[in-house]
Design a protein around this ligand. Structure first.
Ligand SMILES: Cc1ncc(COP(=O)(O)O)c(C=O)c1O
Length: 398
């Protein structure tokens, strides 16, 4: 776990403070910091419609007075027994051993990468990807090999290519299906093949299941743990449940890895608050009801989005997503997508995420999220269409 051999560049700011620049700025989160709280309509996020506490109570059937008996002592490093058992019942056939409760899946990603990776290790990562899935490894001094989802093939995963890449025997293969930002996924047969590729190369398979429950055309994929032992999966209440503000996620992994992870966690957050665990347990116990509601709502919004895009093919190209609540759209006539996204946020108070947040190769794309309310989706699309028309006209000199 040592950082020996990794150069951590530093920079001295104008006020003389030395800044550690060993890790890249998380561009998506930086964009959100700038705009998320300053807009009226969000068509950029990857979450579904946020639930109020009253809605959560009604869906799960509990009263706030139940909290009165909660004693505010420490919870446990791997999660309190109530939430851990609820997660085990939903995901691991009742076995609590592989379950660790974390502050969102972000905390799990951070700790896993720091626990398992050493400088020089090769990590294969689907590309594009949520930045934390590769830049933490990069900051550890790992060699990052991209497994590209090719835009000219509708971002369809190319498993033959992955097989070739994995022949080098990487330490880790990191994937996320349904995928953020494109919404593409793989079939159950392709998932078997992916697991076989990881097993043949001996790599740890990191399966980010943030959107695993949010699929449209087919049933959710099974977690890969039953087919390979070196699997780590992440789950979260932030995406398919509408409970992002809860900051509760989980990591499913072999117990011996969690024991290692706890060593680092002891220096960070120690455990998740029992108050959060109380609500999270209710949500996990009622997950089917919550997710079904959100899926139905997101599915109806997706229809609206696809109809909108079909009417203006000269301005927008959409690959219909198989799951999640985002799609990576292309604007063929826009010269500068980031500038148009800033204009959309600053002049129309509508949030869209420019593709550059997923890497320089994607600057002509934007992530469009359709998981919010139908009102904000339609208001957001109306404003977006106006900006697309204005900026395209300007680019054409008309
Ligand atoms: C693919 C993916 N994984 C993990 C996360 C982290 O989410 P959280 O920390 O809220 O669980 C995100 C957030 O956007 C994501 O898109």
């Amino acid at each position: 776990m040592s950082n020996v051999g990794v150069e951590v560049p530093t920079e001295v700011a104008a006020d003389g403070m030395e800044l550690r620049m060993g890790i890249a700025i998380a561009k998506l989160e930086a964009w959100m910091r700038d705009y998320y709280h300053k807009v009226d309509h969000d068509i950029g996020s990857s979450g579904v419609r946020d639930l109020s506490m009253a809605e959560l109570r009604a869906l799960c059937g509990f009263e706030m007075s139940e909290l009165d008996s909660l004693v505010l002592h420490d919870s446990e490093a791997y999660g309190g027994p109530g939430l851990r058992t609820a997660l085990a019942d939903r995901w691991t056939g009742g076995d609590v051993d592989p379950v660790m409760v974390t502050h969102g899946s972000s905390e799990a990603i951070y700790i896993v990468m720091h626990t398992l990776l050493n400088p020089g290790d090769e990590v294969i990562v689907v590309d594009p990807a949520y930045q934390q899935l590769y830049d933490i490894a990069q900051s550890r001094g790992c060699r990052i090999t991209r497994w590209p989802l090719r835009a000219d093939q509708g971002f369809a995963p190319d498993l033959e290519l992955l097989r070739k890449l994995a022949a080098s025997g990487p330490r880790m293969i990191v994937v996320n299906f349904p995928h953020n930002p494109t919404g593409v996924s793989i079939t159950a047969e392709q998932q078997d093949e992916l697991i076989a590729i990881a097993a043949e190369s001996g790599a740890w398979l990191v399966w980010d299941n943030a959107f695993g429950e949010m699929t449209y055309a087919s049933a959710p994929l099974r977690l890969p743990h039953d087919r390979y032992d070196k699997v780590i999966s992440f789950g979260t209440l932030s995406k398919s449940y509408g409970l992002a503000g809860m900051r509760v996620g989980w990591c499913l992994a072999p117990r011996r890895l969690h024991e290692e992870m706890a060593v680092l966690r002891d220096y960070i957050a120690l455990y998740v608050s029992p108050v959060l665990e109380f609500f999270a347990e209710k949500a996990v116990r009622n997950a089917d009801r919550i997710v079904a509601l959100q899926r139905e709502h997101a599915g109806a919004n997706l229809k609206i989005l696809l109809e909108w895009a079909a009417d203006i093919p000269e301005l927008v190209r959409v690959t219909p997503p198989a799951g999640s609540v985002t799609t990576f759209v292309e604007f063929p006539q826009l010269p500068d997508v980031e500038r148009s996204c800033r204009k959309l946020a600053e002049e129309h108070r509508v949030l869209l995420v420019p593709g550059m947040c997923f890497g320089d190769d994607f600057s002509s794309y934007a992530r469009l999220g359709f998981g919010g309310t139908t009102t904000e989706l339609t208001a957001g699309l109306t404003a977006l269409e106006q900006v697309l028309r204005e900026d395209s006209r300007m680019a054409a000199g008309r």
